[in-house]
Each structure stands twice: as C-alpha cells, then as structure tokens.
Design a binder for this molecule. Sequence first.
Ligand code: SAH
Length: 352
Amino acid sequence: MTLRDALIKRIAAQGPITIAEYMTTALLHPTHGYYTTRDPFGTQGDFTTAPEISQMFGELIGLCLAQSWLDQGAPSDFVLAELGPGRGTLMADILRATATVRGFHTSAQIVLVEASPVLRQAQAEMFKDRTPTWVNGVEDIPPGPLWLVANEFFDALPIRQFVRDGRGWRERCVGLDDGQLTFGLSPLGPQPALDHRREDTADGDLVELCAPATAVMGHIAPRIATQGCALIVDYGDWRSQGDTLQAVRGHTPSDPLADPGNADLTAHVDFEALAQAAAPAAHTKITPQGVFLERLGITQRAETLAQHLRDTALEQHIAAHRRLTHPDEMGNLFKVLGLFPDHAAPPPGLTR
Ligand code: SAH
C-alpha cells in the first residue's frame, strides 16, 4: 500500500487530519516517509541546499561559530550541534575550516539531531575519522555550553494553517473528496495563539503556526542564554502570511497532496515566532543570507578558491557564489537569525 492509500484509508475511517499531521506522516513515516527512505539532495535528487552548492557556506558558518566560541572565553567542553544535517556536508565543512582554531576541535562534542536512519548513515560516512553522537530531538542534546547550527531544518517542521473567519479561525485540513485527498476547512473555533494576528489579517487571510519550532527554541534558548550561540538559516520572513506549504520533486514544485512520501514538503519559516521564543537568550536581527555571507568575507574566499580553478570548475564556482549571495537567487529569500547570551557579543556577521 502506498502512503497516499494509507492516508486515504485513515481519513475515511477517522476524519480529516491537520496539515501538521499530514506533513509529519509524509516526511517521517517510519517506512514510507520522504526523509526516512532516501537521500533527497543534489542534482539527481529533489533539491539542493547551500552546503551542497559550495564548501564556502560551511566554511564561513564554521568560522563564525568558532569566533563566537573564542569571544565567549573558549570553554573547554562544549557541544557543537547541528539540527537536520542532511548529508553531513555542512558539519564536515565547519570542521575542516576550524581545524586550525586552537582547542576548538578537542573541546567539541559533535552532536547531530537527525530523525532519518538513511541520512544518519550518509552522515556516518562523512565523519569516518570523528565520532558524532546522534540524537532524535533537541531535548536529547547532552548538557554543556551549546554552539548550534540549523540550515533548512525549521522549514521541514510541521505547520498548521488557519483561515480568518470573522473573529475566529477555521483550520485548513486534509480530507477526502470523491475518495481523493483534498484541502478543506474545519468548523469555526477560537485560536488564542492567533489573537495577535487579528491586527494584520482580514477575512479569508491564511496564517501558519509551527508549534514544534517554538518547542525547539524552548529547549535551546535557555542553554544559549548561559553560554553558546545558534545560527538558524532558512527561507522565510519576519512574519508568515499566506499559504507557504510547498512540495518539491526533481527540483520542480509539485502538488503537496499528489504523492505524499515522494516529494519534499516544506513551509516558510516565521522568524518573528522564532525570535519571540528566543528569550531568555538575546537574538540578532534577521539578516539576508547574502548580506551575512558578504560580511563574513565570502567574496575574498571565493577569489582565493578561484585561483586554483579553470574552465567548467571555475564557471561552476562563480555560479555557486552568485547562487548563495545574489538577491535574485538565495541571497534574499534565505535569512539568518542568531541567538547568543545577552552579556556576550552577537555572532560575527549579525547585529543585535
Ligand atoms: N541541513 C541540511 C539538510 C536540510 S534537509 C542541508 O542544509 O543540506 C532537512 C534535514 O532535517 C534532513 O536531514 C531531515 O532528515 C532532517 N529532519 C527533518 N525533520 C526532522 C525532525 N523532526 N527531527 C530531526 N531531523 C529532522
């Protein structure tokens, strides 16, 4: 039975499910989930992420984390964690770039928060000479000062969608129409968590909530308030508005209900919600990825690497630099939010 058929059966028996339940099943079902069954990255896969585009991304993130660690007195035992490490490329680039930062490697315990067994396997191959610890969720990250990075992790967390109807809200759900998966609206109900959205919405407007994102922040923020730093990179903006649920397959947008488990499903990240959940840690302004990477010196790094490249390799390298930074590519769509202790300096490249 396909995952689509299993969902149809479940909805026929038990009624419509929320978008969050649909996303969780499609992405992480133990045997048919999108992430549980495959490595989705690269030109042969469904999508490409910044660390897969160029080593420069992970190198600069690594140096940013290491500088923040130095700025906070270089604690001798700390956790270097990544949420949703994919193939492990970002952490591998972070480690290569920071190899000469004295004490950084010997003080770091590497922790990877990863739900997918297939991707854990890919990550294990990436770290043959180091032994990371894998955990299922942020609540399992071992204690200690925490330096953390998450690239395109929060967009994979399940959202719920609500449509404004007078003073109340109706939840957008996945139900059945003529035996096929379809979107529908639940009966009107109060949603206290959305009271603040009455001011900027009108009848018919759709807003999204991502409770798991707030829960993740609730675990990491108090730790970082004491010592550490988090760099959160993702697409989205300060406040979510409108339907941002999207499916991507073979680098092309597709219908989110067409083939659950075989397409990536994401939603834009609501950075305002993350920032509000950052207390008691301080948070930086959200900064476009292009600006952040330029401040960290990506152009100088690109020029240095270019000296060793010719022909197609050089062209690809120049294209990768543009893709990461240009406002028409990832430069503006992707944003960076930093968390840091109120008494410390913000991570390099970001401002309070
Ligand atoms: N950071 C990587 C991969 C991004 S894709 C990169 O930039 O290339 C999203 C990653 O998050 C995958 O590794 C996926 O398996 C993982 N993931 C998604 N939902 C998760 C969850 N709820 N808990 C832990 N990991 C999750």
